[in-house]
Design a protein around this ligand. Structure first.
Ligand SMILES: *[C@@H]1O[C@H](CO)[C@@H](O)[C@H](O)[C@H]1NC(C)=O
Ligand SMILES: *[C@@H]1O[C@H](CO)[C@@H](O)[C@H](O)[C@H]1NC(C)=O
Ligand SMILES: *[C@@H]1O[C@H](CO)[C@@H](O)[C@H](O)[C@H]1NC(C)=O
Length: 193
């Protein structure tokens, strides 16, 4: 199969994210899940895609059910007949999952997970069932924002002062050693004569 890479850069306020989509083209066999890789930053949010073609949903929206689960089969969110039902949702996803009701009628059942933490890095599975199906597995990677506010600068500053300290310590050591050596030498010369 052909491996395609689509990189979408979505600038939505401060919650921007990069989605690297690895699409495995499959010929006919709809049982093969779509695999997607999404990158998010700690404290920010990420959108996990899952959709069926616009043309498939027209007038049949109430026939579609959407099940979002994580790799431990914990309930992330369900959309039943275009109603979001997140009862029995796993506590760790409470108040963190956003769905997009305006997008349902376009066949778009993507969700957004906010307040990302490193522990959220796992696979998320979407199943759309109904007259047409979709099975998408999103692998989420969570990273610290590069050059994130102060953090790295402060770390570099600390590292730099440690290096300075070591250099000065080393130079002082050499100076003391030389001083002692010279004193010793002079003392020997003085005592010999
Ligand atoms: C399933 O959803 C993904 C993510 O939105 C999309 O890329 C893919 O084309 C969809 N597959 C089908 C068969 O609609
Ligand atoms: C979904 O919501 C609509 C409007 O609120 C309601 O008429 C319908 O019965 C609901 N469907 C389900 C399956 O709960
Ligand atoms: C689905 O909706 C989400 C949230 O609005 C959006 O980020 C994404 O681009 C949409 N996907 C498609 C295929 O329209």
């Amino acid at each position: 199969f052909t491996l395609r890479k689509i990189i979408l850069d979505c600038g939505r306020g401060k919650s921007w994210y990069i989605i690297s989509v690895l699409l495995l083209d499959f010929t006919g066999a709809f049982s093969e899940p779509v695999r997607v890789t999404v990158k998010g930053f700690v404290g920010e949010s990420a959108v996990f895609p899952c959709s069926i073609p616009d043309s498939e949903i027209q007038g049949k929206i109430e026939k579609f059910n959407v099940h979002w689960r994580d790799n431990e089969d914990k309930l992330v969110c369900d959309i039943i007949a275009s109603n979001r039902t997140c009862t029995d949702q796993d506590p760790k996803y409470k108040f963190r999952v956003e769905t997009f009701p305006d997008e349902y009628k376009k066949g778009n059942f993507s969700i957004k997970l906010s307040s990302l933490q490193k522990t959220d890095a796992r696979k998320y599975i979407c199943h759309i069932t109904g007259p047409s199906q979709n099975h998408t597995i999103t692998e989420l990677h969570v990273e610290d924002r590069p050059g994130g506010r102060g953090n790295h600068g402060r770390l570099n500053g600390e590292l730099l002062s440690i290096v300075y300290f070591l250099v000065i310590f080393f130079l002082a050591g050499i100076l003391i050693f030389m001083f002692v050596a010279v004193t010793f030498c002079v003392a020997r010369m003085v005592f010999r004569y």
